[in-house]
Design a protein around this ligand. Structure first.
Ligand SMILES: Nc1ncnc2c1ncn2[C@@H]1O[C@H](COP(=O)(O)OP(=O)(O)O)[C@@H](O)[C@H]1O
Ligand SMILES: [Mg+2]
Length: 214
C-alpha cells in the first residue's frame, strides 16, 4: 500500500508552494485518479512519488516503510505524458530492452500479448506504430519491469476518441493487478475504472466524491 503523509513541495523558483500537506492512501489492486487543471501539480506529484524529485516535507511509505527516492524509482513504473516522444530504441525490441538488466524474451512476449501487441514485429521502429500501439508499447516497457505501483500521466491526452477508448479498455484490464494511479484533467473518462478520486487545487489534495462511480 502506498501512503503519502503531508507531502509538501515548494521549489525556490516557484512563487507559491506547488503541493501542500498532500496525504493519500492507495492499496495494491486499487485504481485511483488525481484530477486537476493544467499547472495544478499533477505531474509534480507523480515525480515525487516515483523518486524523480524529493519532497520538501512529508513522507512517502510503501507497506508502512519510508522509501528513499532510489527505492521509489524501483517500485514505480511511470508512463509520462506523451510517452511516444521519449522512445529511444531503434526498434520495438530495443525499446523493451532499455532499463532491463536481463532481458527475458518470453516474458516480453507475454507482456506484449497483455497489451494487445502480440502480433507486432520486434524489428519494427517504434515510430512506425500507430498512436494507440505506441501508447501500448510505453505501457509494456513499464510492465516489463513489473512495478508494484503504476503511475500514468494523462494517459488519454492527445488521442482521438477511438484510440482513447482502446487505451481505456487496456487500462481496465491492467487495473486490479497492482496499485494504479492516474493523473488527468479529464477525470470523467475514468469513472468506470477507478475506485477513488481526488482533485488538486491550489496545492491541496481534496477528496472528490462525485465521479459517478458505482
Ligand atoms: N522545479 C520546479 N521549479 C519551479 N516550478 C515548478 C517546479 N516543478 C513544478 N513547478 C510548477 O508547479 C506547477 C505545477 O506543475 P505541474 O506539476 O507540471 O502541473 P500539471 O501536471 O498539473 O499541469 C507549475 O506552475 C510549475 O511551473
Ligand atoms: Mg502535467
Amino acid at each position: 500500500m502506498l501512503e503519502l503523509q503531508n507531502l509538501s513541495y515548494h521549489p525556490a523558483t516557484a512563487a507559491s508552494p506547488v503541493l501542500q500537506q498532500v496525504s493519500l492512501q492507495l492499496a495494491s489492486g486499487e485504481a485511483a485518479l488525481v484530477a486537476g487543471r493544467s499547472g495544478s501539480g499533477k505531474t509534480t506529484l507523480l515525480e515525487l512519488i516515483s523518486g524523480l524529485a524529493e519532497p520538501d516535507g512529508g513522507r512517502i511509505l510503501w507497506n508502512g516503510e519510508v522509501l528513499t527516492a532510489r527505492q521509489r524509482r524501483w517500485l514505480c513504473g511511470l508512463v509520462f505524458q506523451f510517452p511516444e516522444r521519449h522512445f529511444l530504441g531503434l526498434s520495438v525490441g530495443q525499446e523493451l530492452r532499455l532499463g532491463q538488466r536481463r532481458f527475458d524474451s518470453e516474458r516480453a512476449s507475454r507482456v506484449l500479448q497483455q497489451v494487445g501487441l502480440g502480433e507486432i514485429s520486434l524489428q519494427q521502429a517504434p515510430e512506425r506504430l500507430s498512436g494507440g500501439q505506441q501508447r501500448r508499447l510505453s505501457l509494456a516497457v513499464q510492465l516489463l519491469r513489473d512495478p508494484k505501483l503504476l503511475l500514468l500521466d494523462e494517459p488519454t491526452a492527445g488521442l482521438d476518441w477511438t484510440v482513447r477508448d482502446e487505451v481505456l479498455e487496456l487500462l481496465q484490464q491492467l487495473a486490479g493487478e497492482r496499485a494504479l494511479l492516474i493523473v488527468t484533467h479529464e477525470p470523467e473518462l475514468f469513472a468506470g475504472l477507478v475506485q477513488r478520486a481526488w482533485r488538486l487545487e491550489r496545492g491541496h489534495l481534496l477528496t472528490m466524491p462525485s465521479l459517478g462511480m458505482g
